[in-house]
Design a protein around this ligand. Sequence first.
Ligand code: SAH
Length: 265
Amino acid sequence: MTHDRRGHVTLVGAGPGDPELLTLRAIRALRQATVVLVDDLVAAGVLRYVRQSARIVHCGKRGGAVSTQQGFIEAMLVAEALRGERVVRLKGGDPCVFGRGGEEVAALRAAGVPHTVVPGITAGIAAPAEAGIPVTDRRWAQGVLLVTGHAQPGHAGPDWAQLAQTARGGITLVIYMGVTHCADITAALLAGGLAGATPAAVLQNGCTPHSRRHVATLRTLAGEVQRLGIGSPAILVIGDVVRAAEAMQEGEISVAHPKPLAAIA
Ligand code: SAH
């Protein structure tokens, strides 16, 4: 049997929170890993699948805390793989949806490190689905746009006036990292011509036992977010598909979180 002594990196999507939303492929990669680099949106329960002898390195950033530099993480992935380790880079949701998976794949490719990507369930689809909001419900939408609410330093943020028009045309807006700037985002969408009565929801800690979900309208969402003290991590959903949530009763949506099963052996 030939053995690749260069090691390997697997970028693994951990899903939106609940360990039961891991894929079987993710569990297999975690079990085989000798080193695991973990982002901070990954639920602690996910790490139960990592073998005891593996080294776990936490490299996330929480609420503006100092994070491990992206370049340093990429260098570490390369260095560990070149030492022969089986490295898992574990990220919340899907590694390639606002997860820098693309940048890490590029770094691994440039260094000639063998790598694979294990897709994960992304929060922007899963949290609404769990709350009874099908993001492409054909009664109201023809598609969905995943948008960041957080502009990269030195870059212009999304063109909200343009997105207001897109949303008017029947495209659901799913906004990641938008809760902190919810007031600015909703004001910009209103200024761009999206109706104030457009249904809107905020979904915090989706797919976890601590999830909070609130339905409002584009005009009232920011005030509700502030009144309820809803913070990160949360998804904003804007569009008529939000009507599907309990027939659009404004206020808290109650969806029981399923009791966890015993861990998969
Ligand atoms: N790669 C991740 C997204 C990372 S960006 C994915 O595919 O889901 C981080 C943002 O994702 C958070 O600011 C928040 O907007 C969203 N997010 C991640 N987990 C979430 C959760 N459980 N509930 C609601 N939003 C979540």
